[in-house]
Ligand binder design. Sequence first.
Ligand SMILES: *[C@@H]1O[C@H](CO)[C@@H](O)[C@H](O)[C@H]1NC(C)=O
Ligand SMILES: *[C@@H]1O[C@H](CO)[C@@H](O)[C@H](O)[C@H]1NC(C)=O
Length: 285
Amino acid sequence: MKLSSSLSAAQFVAAVMAFGAHNEPPKGVVGPTENFDWADPFHDHRLVNKLSPACSIERTFSANEFQLHDLYEHDPKGLWAFGDVLKTIFQGRPYPGGWDGLDPHMYDRPLLYMNYSDMPIAVREWIEEGERVPENLDDEDEADKKKREARKNLFAVFERPMEPMKKVTKTVTPPKTAAKAAQLRPLDAKRVVIFAPGALYGILPLWVAEAAESKAEGTAGCNGKLLRNLDVYAPKPKDGGTIAWVTEHTEPNRSKGERAMKFTVKVQTLQAAGAAKIGGDKDEL
Ligand SMILES: *[C@@H]1O[C@H](CO)[C@@H](O)[C@H](O)[C@H]1NC(C)=O
Ligand SMILES: *[C@@H]1O[C@H](CO)[C@@H](O)[C@H](O)[C@H]1NC(C)=O
């Protein structure tokens, strides 16, 4: 039994509680996250010999980065107001992982906090769709159910607390349909979202799709519709596929009490390398 990785986030939170908020918590052991299927694709040899990017796009986002033990600290150093609800949310699911799919375990597990309206709408739509209970649960087979449950509660959306000393009591329930949600987008300005960095990796192309659709700078050759299609997004490069990674993330200076940081998402859509390379009898290495 792998003790360290089989403890749920809720158990870690419980451990933090038992330990007390004001002691310096012990360090956990950094290890891989179970069931984390993503890996940095940009050093794959296929990219050198067989494939070339049709589109390459990078976008940087601002967030606050907290650690699990910050659930006891008040704003702006901590997530005290959200702690109780986060505990129930995380109870049902394994920790999705930290940066690069690594899990620092215990108290150092990172959590990101963003203004909801700073997330691209494509990402918000994906989150909301995952929280809606499908109408025909009877039609759902085991595989679909597993997929739905893996997606639920990856991101916790809250109304921003109006008073710093007030705890939130629930997450935001998304409107029943995507159309309704689109009408109510202005309300997102009052919301925040909390998630583990590991939750990012399965949907990275959605973070850049809108930039491509609006033909923003640095998106030449990019097709927003293709970027929105997560069916072609995979950990390994292939012709016609999309690959992505978080190529950079700054670390907040915690010793100064800071939590602000930035992370950069890089996404490429791939095609077979041009004629020049075909027929070259280079070895794959
Ligand atoms: C999030 O929104 C709040 C309220 O509008 C603002 O004070 C804060 O600076 C925003 N945070 C970031 C990282 O933009
Ligand atoms: C963080 O802040 C402390 C205190 O101001 C400073 O001594 C330290 O160099 C900073 N660390 C980084 C990585 O900027």
